[in-house]
Write a protein that binds this ligand. Structure first.
Ligand code: SAM
Length: 472
């Protein structure tokens, strides 16, 4: 039954294969010889298949877990350096016809405020986001063919790209909307989107159907096969994710890796990103009613293992997680984080009144973007507002080959420094600027090629003179 090359959800995410994998992992969780061999293989930095990855996840030996963390940290350094890409979500509409039991946007929720941004409101929201310094957005919407048809989403994307306020611009729009048709994915591609993100929520079919009792999202196969349709529609960069807390995390982890293996087997390129959301409190949602919540240590272990098993895939962590948790997992392999997020529709212009709640979930990190940028730099990370790859056509396998060629340090590193410089010039507080300027000066020396270093130094000077948008 199990066939990673199949285009049928139940064959590339085979329940039987996952169960056998979990069985194998459980039986071998104390098999130190095997675990050592798997870790040695992981050190080749070519990733690990789901079976071997699951053995590592099952292993509870603290010494070996510490080794996994060290390896994850090293792989993160080798592939992503110390750069952390910044983004913000933008909620367009919370109208939704689905019945997802974990999401307050579910159709039966009559006491949540339903909102949909007009194009004028989008201008205001995006202006507020640009004024913070954001260059990269992830747009979010509920599924509602009447209120949020694809034409609405396309119009919003067009509006977002057209807003130029002071030195601000949104240079990459990622899209997180419900599974759709090849034709609609083609339209999204033509509208110039970056990554198409769709969380699987859970790979467990039976649970999936219970957790999505009504609406189009109920269809497990249609949802699970969405990334294949997106790729058929020409979208190279797709983002996977599981909503941790819905099902047993070991099952989800194996499913997630099988999904990545499937994309690689069929399309020759794995997922561009993986997100690791956990269920949060929201309007009529109480996370404690879900039995499969994971603690912070398990969460960290999952993040470290994703880093080890799919080294070329970016990992995203949102403001669902607190500063302390983010601090821990950034070290273990996260490459992208959101900052100053609002999960309500229209939340960037005006904070919502208590009785006017349109938010999707409570955030745990309420800091401003300036505070997040400062905090990252204090830890010696480079906050990057870079969007160059996508704009230079380095998507899909072209991005992956950049990663694999080891040229990231001559490309992403200077791009990160130049976009950070723009941020410091245009938006940072005096103290953040001071810390950032010192960081840029020392990090400039870490560009290996002399010529690139010189060009970067020259561009940094030009940014001071007011010129913007340099990139390698
Ligand atoms: N409606 C779209 C869909 O069907 O995929 C996607 C957009 S939704 C705004 C983004 C994601 O938020 C969902 O895929 C889900 O994983 C997550 N989410 C929903 N409710 C949540 C909650 N209570 N806590 C944390 N994340 C939640």
């Amino acid at each position: 039954m199990y066939n990673p090359k199949s285009l049928k959800a139940e064959e590339f995410i085979s329940d039987e294969e996952i169960r056998e994998t979990l069985d194998y992992a459980e039986k071998n969780k104390n098999n130190k010889e095997l675990i050592r061999a798997i870790l040695e293989k992981a050190k080749e930095r070519k990733g690990l298949p789901h079976r071997e990855a699951s053995v590592l996840l099952a292993c509870e030996d603290p010494e070996i877990i510490a080794e996994m963390y060290d390896l994850a940290e090293q792989i993160k350094k080798d592939f992503y350096g110390n750069r952390i890409v910044m983004f913000a979500p933008l909620y367009l509409s919370n109208y939704c016809v689905n019945g997802c039991v974990y999401c307050p946007y579910h159709a039966k929720n009559k006491h949540i405020a339903r909102k949909k941004l007009t194009q004028e409101e989008i201008v205001k929201e995006v202006t507020a986001l640009q004024d913070m310094g954001h260059k990269r957005l992830a747009i979010e919407a509920g599924e509602d063919p009447i209120n949020n048809p694809i034409e609405y989403i396309l119009e919003c994307i067009h509006t977002i790209y057209s807003i130029k306020h002071k030195n601000g611009a949104i240079r990459r729009v990622n899209v997180n909307i419900a599974a759709t048709t090849v034709e609609n994915y083609r339209k999204l591609k033509e509208a110039g989107i970056g990554t198409y993100i769709l969380f699987q929520e859970t790979y467990h079919k039976e649970s999936y159907e219970k957790l999505h009792p009504t609406g189009p999202k109920h269809n497990y196969a249609y949802h699970t096969e969405a990334m294949d349709r997106a790729m058929e529609g020409g979208i190279d960069d797709v983002g996977l994710g599981v909503l941790f807390g819905l099902e047993l995390y070991k099952y989800e982890f194996a499913g997630l890796l099988m999904h990545a293996e499937h994309l690689e087997a069929v399309h020759g390129v794995g997922p561009h990103t993986i997100s690791v959301p956990r269920i949060k409190r929201a309007d009529d949602i109480d996370p404690s009613t879900f039995d499969n919540g994971i603690d912070d240590d398990t969460f960290a272990k999952i993040c470290a293992l994703i880093r080890i098993c799919v080294p070329y895939t970016g990992m995203i962590i949102s403001t669902r997680e607190s500063k302390a948790v983010r601090e821990k997992v950034i070290r273990l392999g996260v490459s992208q984080i959101s900052g100053a997020s609002r999960t309500s529709v229209g939340g960037y212009c005006e904070p919502e009144a208590e009785d006017d709640n349109s938010a999707q979930f409570d955030v745990s990190d309420n800091r401003t973007l300036d505070e997040v940028v400062h905090w990252l730099m204090d830890m010696k990370y480079i906050p990057s507002f870079c969007t160059a790859c996508y704009r230079e056509g380095r998507t899909g396998d072209r991005f992956m080959s950049l990663c694999k060629s080891g040229q990231i340090q001559n490309c992403c590193h200077p791009n990160a420094l130049m976009t950070l410089k723009e941020y410091l010039m245009d938006y940072a507080s005096p103290d953040t600027k001071r810390v950032g300027e010192a960081l840029i000066q020392s990090e400039l020396q870490n560009i290996p090629k002399e010529k690139v270093r010189e060009i970067c130094a020259d561009h940094l000077k030009k940014i001071e003179e007011g010129i913007r948008d340099f990139r390698f």
